[in-house]
Design a protein. Sequence first.
Length: 143
Amino acid sequence: MAGEIDGTSGGSVPVPTPETAPFWAGTLAGELRLQRCNACGRFYFYPRPFCRYCASRDVAWHTVSGRGRLISYVINYRPLPPAASDQPQVIALVELEEGPRLLTNIVGVAPEPERLPLDAAVQVAFERRGEQAIPVFRLTDHT
Ligand SMILES: [Zn+2]
């Protein structure tokens, strides 16, 4: 299970809604939970009460692997308030093994392009932010 880490990437505290509450309950428990459609079998994100592919309302929450690949990123040299840190921040698009893509942060690596190869394997971690925990990702095969 991914460990909890200090809030180094900064940013605002998420506010759960009825639709996203199971997602945020998962992150607090150290799990990445996504909805999967029972009709077509596909995972999707962000949370909503119907499948984004076939509009079925027969959907259920599942804990997923937290493994994915780095699809693209930008290095933000001037994180916006209320960022907790003035260090450059890696804002990344990660594609999970299960298919959905998340806009997230890459942590635990110097924010330099030579350290951030596209298609690198990443693993979710959870960063405490206020009363919530947000999913961030670490590289798992960098050298
Ligand atoms: Zn579906």
